[in-house]
Write a protein that binds this ligand. Structure first.
Ligand code: HEC
Ligand code: HEC
Length: 357
């Protein structure tokens, strides 16, 4: 029954995304956002742009991590030394995440970052608010102030486009200008160039194995990597934007790296909210483009999709898995003992590859 409903939604999605296959035309705001997203001058030493850590060839996640997921789980900052404490997620399909809030059944949902701390409360848009974080983050783009970022944009070769959209006084008030920088970037991230819906899942061209994988995903994963609720998107996003503790182990490699700000325990949403009832919970990531974005989970513990799915499958039955980084609030009903065969895990991984745009 569940499968039937899903396939209907899937067919209509195919029709809509057919149009998105042509080279996307960007609006003036999206075009401006593209310039800012690609601008290395948003970092102190002009060494990195948003695209440095969220690159189109790597599912809008970090290319360095993706190329060497066994050794490199977090991004290097603009200073060339500092490293973050969390794995860079994709910047695609994030734009449908609602403002952080409680659902009718009392669960946290929405917001941006692994822990939801870009809530959306300030600008009414979590994605625009998120875009204001990295330029000022010392282990990322490392700029000293909003004013400094606005000055760089005002001096850029696309500054005239900024003025055309936001008026002659566009740079007069740095707070307002910084808000508009966030809004323009968010518009680009939501555009068909990043949030494309052009995967083989969308076009319906799945092989037999991928189709088996899709059915296994619908049966085992969609309580969290949801397909029913689409948040206004034309097709399934493979996330509920809710928060769960699935018991990801401590990443020892990262812990032993003196340049990384990773410390344990990372309490995720609970740390941000200051609420022990949410300790260890992280936002359910979308599965779109996931084949390009290794390593996996908030601390990059899993170098491959097979390792990630195997963990979901056997956390509670295979003693080889280390203890969770945070033991509290572990979800033991929907994950940890799925009873999948290795053939079924392969089928799921094959399907995950069909989610690449
Ligand atoms: C040095 C690497 C780096 C740079 C530069 C960078 N990011 Fe990120 N980005 C990250 C990491 C790491 C996270 C996860 C941090 C966390 O959750 O605490 C992240 C999170 C995000 C998210 C949240 C996705 C989600 O599903 O919650 C978005 C969107 C995003 N970045 C967009 C951007 C934009 C836009 C820029 C440029 C203004 C940018 N990033 C610059 C590394 C980077
Ligand atoms: C209980 C909810 C839940 C279920 C069920 C679940 N997942 Fe997850 N999954 C998560 C959460 C939460 C994370 C991130 C956890 C973290 O980083 O601490 C995650 C991470 C992942 C990732 C890594 C994505 C990334 O970008 O790092 C993949 C891939 C994945 N899950 C696939 C699956 C598949 C396939 C299934 C079904 C076989 C499944 N999940 C079932 C909640 C769930």
């Amino acid at each position: 029954m569940k499968k039937y409903v899903f396939l209907t939604a899937f067919c209509s999605a195919t029709l809509i995304s057919g149009a998105a296959l042509a080279a996307p035309t960007l609006t003036a705001l999206e075009e401006l956002g593209r310039h800012i997203y690609m601008d290395k001058d948003l970092s102190l030493n002009s060494s990195q742009s948003c695209a440095t850590c969220h690159h189109e060839n790597y599912g809008f996640a970090d290319p360095t991590n993706s190329r060497d997921p066994y050794n490199t789980m977090v991004s290097l900052g603009d200073d060339g030394v500092s490293k973050g404490g969390r794995n860079a997620p994709t910047a695609a399909y994030a734009g449908y995440s609602p403002i952080l809030g409680l659902t009718a059944d009392g669960a946290w949902q929405g917001g941006m970052f692994w822990d939801g701390r870009a809530t959306g409360d300030t600008l009414g848009d979590p994605l625009a608010e998120q875009a204001q974080g990295p330029p000022l983050n010392p282990v990322e783009m490392n700029m000293p102030s909003k004013e400094a970022v606005v000055e760089r944009v005002a001096a850029a070769n696309y500054a005239a486009q900024f003025i055309k959209l936001f008026g002659a006084d566009a740079f007069a008030d740095p707070d307002l200008a910084y808000d508009n920088i966030g809004r323009a970037i968010a518009a680009y991230e939501r555009s068909a160039e990043i949030t494309a819906f052009t995967s083989r899942f969308d076009t319906g061209k799945l092989s037999g194995q991928e189709r088996r994988g899709l059915n296994l995903v619908v049966d085992n994963c969609t309580t969290c990597h949801g397909v029913q609720e689409t948040f206004g998107a034309p097709a399934a996003l493979f996330t509920t934007y809710r928060y769960e503790n699935i018991g990801v182990p401590v990443n020892e490699t990262l812990l032993n790296d003196p340049d990384s700000v990773y410390t344990v325990p990372d309490n995720g949403l609970g740390g941000f909210l200051g609420d022990p009832a949410e300790y260890g919970k992280f936002k359910v990531p979308t599965l779109r483009n996931v084949a390009l974005t290794a390593p996996y989970s908030h601390n990059g513990y899993f170098p491959t999709l097979t390792a990630m799915v195997s963990f979901h499958n056997s956390r509670d039955v295979d003693p080889a898995w280390p203890a969770p980084e945070v033991a509290a609030n572990l979800n033991t009903t929907d994950t940890g003992n799925m009873g999948l065969s290795s053939q079924e895990i392969d089928d799921i991984v094959a399907f995950l590859h069909a989610l690449t745009d």
